[in-house]
Design a protein around this ligand. Structure first.
Ligand code: FAD
Length: 443
């Protein structure tokens, strides 16, 4: 076993790569790919070296795992070009979202939408279909208008809107088509958001769901074993940015992290106290308001580590699915104290996007790090699948090739393209082979 150890953010996935490489130029990236390709052609498939890209390691699934070559583009970051007039920015694939957000802001620009953290690299985020919330907004990968990748032969391939099918295959690819080295994103003029976050009643929120979905961004966190939700909405505003006062600090640091950690620790030690802990947590919730530039409002601080599963379900099934989850948690008395996160995303045309051709609700369940999660996730996953759920590729799931075929009309087209881009299967690992049913022959 290799002496190198890599662990993802949650600590739930470990990897012992033979080598970790951090190329700083395109030539170096290509050299590694050609070297890996040559091991297969010279010594046969059994000796074939694999390359898995890793970015911030914020995926909960073993998508980045490898015992061969792990490549990080941390030394391949930065903005290549900004065209303010056209609203386009070209960026090296390893660039972290916090860096991208700050640089865009300096240039009076912003990403149209983001998820709730900004630690990921742009390539890492889009490759698993990372999304934010907003019933009229799509996954982050839809912001890509062009990208460049290095395929399994070590060739630089440019894909843009002149080839919409190819672009829709490459925007969310879990790294299976090659190493994304550059992306061009459609961006918008910098804008401020007014965030209002306040406690509410679950049934009330669900009764008015369609109205709430008219907010540019709307999400809620439901506390299991209670009817309490923290209801968040964000809308564009011309107001001046607010100072982060005591209330914001109390919410961000104490309620969302400190109190959550304490509640989770007690729930882990004494699971039977969990419903009471949830009720108590609900009482600590308060109204918080904040105005700031979008990239600063989207990004939350997450200091408490957890495991997560998140599925996309058709928007029309969202309420029924959540009701089933509520009933199942009560029926099995799962000792979960982490709130269930509910978000909304507009349909897109990306072949492997969970939101492929359907307006979607995303429901995420979490379990504090170190606490058993399998029985809970298994029970909730069965509910997601009852509603034709499609998993977030970066969050725990047990999707099989049969599920993939059922859920993704373009799965075979994608797999065919994958064989053309990477005939030797350099960019695969066991998790991807299992999930997508790719055999040793790479078909
Ligand atoms: C605290 C926390 C909060 C999160 N919040 C959200 C959220 O709000 N919304 C949401 O949708 N998800 C969220 N996620 C999930 C996260 O956004 C995804 O798992 C994302 O893919 C992680 O990005 P990363 O940079 O860490 O990439 P990694 O996890 O390191 O890699 C992800 C995938 O991208 C591939 N990859 C990386 N770089 C390249 C490249 N250059 N070329 C080709 N393939 C590449 C990797 O091989 C792997 O398959 C969250 C995760 C955590 C831990």
């Amino acid at each position: 076993m290799s002496k190198l150890t890599w662990t993802n953010w949650s600590g739930g996935v470990q990897s012992w790569p033979e080598q970790i490489v951090t190329p700083g130029s395109l030539d170096e990236i290509i050299e590694v790919v050609k070297m890996a390709a040559s091991t297969g052609s010279a010594h046969g498939a059994a000796q074939q070296k694999q390359i898995r890209l890793v970015a911030a390691g914020h995926s909960f699934t073993p998508v980045a795992q490898t015992d061969s070559i792990m490549m990080s583009l941390d030394n391949y970051q930065g903005i290549e070009a900004i065209d303010k007039e056209a609203g386009l920015v070209t960026v090296k694939a390893g660039t972290r979202l916090y860096q991208l957000g700050a640089t865009l802001h300096e240039n009076g620009l912003a990403q149209e939408n983001l998820g709730d953290i900004n630690q990921q690299s742009i390539a890492g985020a889009v490759s698993t279909g990372t999304h934010g919330t907003g019933a009229d907004l799509q996954t982050i990968a839809t912001q890509i208008v062009a990208l460049k990748l290095i395929n399994g032969r070590g060739e630089l391939v440019t894909i843009d809107e002149s080839e919409p099918d190819l672009l829709n295959a490459a925007r969310i690819s879990l790294g299976m088509l090659g190493i994304i080295v550059e992306v061009t994103l459609r961006v918008v003029p910098a804008y401020k958001l007014h965030l209002i976050s306040q406690p509410a009643n679950l049934d009330g929120i669900l009764a008015d769901l369609e109205t709430h979905k008219q907010n540019r961004h709307f999400e809620f966190f439901w506390f299991p074993h209670t009817k309490t939700v923290q209801f968040k909405r964000m809308n564009p505003t011309k107001k001046e940015p607010t100072e982060d006062g005591f209330g914001t600090w109390l919410n961000d640091v104490v309620i969302e992290n400190g109190a959550l950690w304490l509640a989770s620790t007690i729930s882990k030690q004494i699971p039977s106290t969990t419903p009471a802990i949830c009720r108590l947590s609900g009482r600590f919730l308060s109204k918080v308001e904040k105005v700031d530039y979008s990239y600063r409002v989207f990004a939350a601080t997450r200091t408490v580590r957890f495991e997560e599963m998140e599925y996309n379900v058709p928007a029309a099934s969202f309420t029924d699915c959540l009701h089933d989850i509520e009933a199942e948690i009560e029926r099995q008395q799962f000792p979960v104290n982490f709130p269930v996160e509910c978000r909304f995303v507009k349909a897109d045309d990306i072949w492997l996007s969970p939101a492929y051709q359907r307006d979607s609700g995303y429901i995420a369940v979490h379990v504090f790090k170190g606490k058993p999660f399998r029985a809970y996730f298994e029970a909730i996953e069965a509910i997601f699948q009852k509603y034709n759920g499609r998993p977030h590729w970066g969050k725990r799931h047990t999707f099989t090739p049969a599920h993939v075929q059922d859920a993704y009309p373009k799965a075979n087209d994608f797999l065919q393209l994958r064989t053309e881009f990477d005939p030797q299967g350099i960019f695969l690992n066991q998790h991807l082979r299992q999930t997508f049913g790719i055999g040793q022959s790479n078909q």
